[in-house]
Design a protein around this ligand. Structure first.
Ligand SMILES: Nc1nc2c(ncn2[C@@H]2O[C@H](COP(=O)(O)OP(=O)(O)OP(=O)(O)O)[C@@H](O)[C@H]2O)c(=O)[nH]1
Ligand SMILES: [Mg+2]
Length: 396
């Protein structure tokens, strides 16, 4: 079976936030705007006799028992890895399986010490970072104060990619400084249609100045949008800038643009450096993020369910793994059978027959595997670097 989505169209991300900043609301909105159930997968849950918890979780929209939920945006497979309560504040082992993060900051509360600590954790993990300044619909929200506070911390250079149109209850649009166009919502409601328009003339001067700052920050010449987008992506990967986007998750403002930014600026697994590990003979080996490498992956979360039994969430780093085969837990030196394998979506569970480099999937029935263990091809044993991953994993 061939790969359906090319590896460079994968994004494995986490959403980091301090208490109440809107992490859950952002995640729910992302899943709501991206969810297009795949008809082929529709019957899978019933055919599998999937347990009640899947339905319960569907009612909550986000699967709390799903450690990773996949959705599709712009032909990209975006998988959002759910971080534990500890992980939301950094320090989660699951951070190690991400390639990038979205930091959701409360536009009213601003950059607290806790937010600054999140920044530093993500940086220490070598993760590309995007900021989404949320709650701009609330009185007292202050986007420029957030940008200034990030800059003042000195660890990351924030670069505004958007300007809000209106403020507080009067938030009615967002200017995209890369595309130099605007999105307007003429109605107040959550489901108000978005209109793509020219930048309002009273904001054009400010928009041009702000765009010039992006251009200066990433060091490109000229005004070509595609060139600028690529330069921003490179700067995000090297950690030299942190793009700042804004909106209101609650009012569903700015979520589509945030997804566009995840696709445009956060790295694909294929853009990450090869994963270092130790082979059976004790020598250091690398596993490239490619299908033609031997299979390797890391278990990052297990979920116990009374009906489904144990589900182990695995990030595949290299190669292909297919149901019916065998793999090796190289940490416990135990063989594991590859039984049922699923990919979790917001509203359905897709049964899959194989997983490839870059995939994040759940395997049922693994007996000897716990969080942090490496799973690999029995003919090419490797123990991958223990999570958390070392800093600077991104290829520059
Ligand atoms: N006005 C406004 N309220 C928001 C926005 N986003 C979230 N909220 C509200 O803020 C509160 C916290 O939002 P959550 O999405 O639960 O935040 P969280 O970061 O997941 O919170 P914890 O998981 O409890 O840390 C809820 O009452 C939301 O309705 C927003 O854009 N504007
Ligand atoms: Mg929450």
């Amino acid at each position: 079976m061939a790969r359906t989505i090319p590896l460079d169209r994968y994004r494995n991300i986490g959403i980091l936030a301090r208490l109440d900043a809107g992490r859950t609301t952002v995640t729910e909105r992302i899943l709501a705007v991206t969810d297009r159930p795949d008809p082929a997968a529709e019957g899978a849950r019933a055919a599998l006799g999937m347990p009640a918890w899947v339905e319960q979780d569907n009612e909550r929209q986000i699967t709390l028992t799903s450690a990773a939920t996949s959705c599709v945006w712009q032909d990209c497979r975006i998988t959002i890895v759910e971080l534990s309560a500890a992980g939301r504040q950094g320090g989660d082992r699951a951070l190690g399986v991400l390639d990038g993060v979205v930091l959701v900051i409360d536009g009213v509360a601003g950059v607290t010490d806790g937010v600054a600590a999140l920044f530093e954790d993500a940086e220490a993990q070598g993760l590309a970072r995007l900021v989404f300044v949320n709650k701009l619909d609330r009185e007292g929200a202050d986007l420029s104060a957030v940008v200034a506070a990030i800059a003042a911390r000195g660890t990351a250079k924030p670069v505004l990619l958007q300007l809000p149109i209106g403020a507080g209850a009067g938030l009615r649009g967002i200017v995209d400084l890369v595309e130099m166009r605007a999105t307007l919502w003429r109605e107040a409601g959550y489901a108000a249609p978005a209109e793509e328009v020219e930048i309002p003339s009273d904001l054009l001067g400010a928009a041009e100045l702000a765009r010039a700052e992006i251009v200066a920050a990433v060091g490109v010449q000229g005004s070509d949008t595609a060139v600028l987008r690529r330069a921003v992506k490179a700067a995000v990967r090297s950690g030299s800038i942190v793009p700042v986007l804004c909106g209101s998750a609650f009012r569903n403002r700015g979520i589509r643009r945030l997804l566009d930014a995840v696709v445009d600026y956060l790295p694909a697994p294929s853009e990450m450096a090869a994963h270092a590990g130790v082979a059976a003979d004790g020598n250091r080996v690398e596993r490239r993020p490619a299908d033609d490498e031997p299979f390797s992956g890391v278990a990052f979360q297990t979920v116990e369910d009374p009906m489904a039994g144990r589900l182990t969430f695995v990030r595949v780093y290299s190669g292909v793994v297919a149901t019916g085969g065998n793999m090796l837990n190289s940490v416990t030196a135990s063989p594991e059978k590859i039984g049922r394998m699923v990919r979790m979506h917001a509203n359905h569970t897709e049964e899959i027959k194989e997983a490839r480099a870059g995939d994040i999937v759940a395997l049922a029935g693994l007996e000897h595997t716990t969080t942090g263990d490496t799973l690999c091809d029995p003919d090419a044993p490797v123990i991958l670097g223990r999570m958390p991953a070392t800093a600077g994993r991104a290829k520059h």
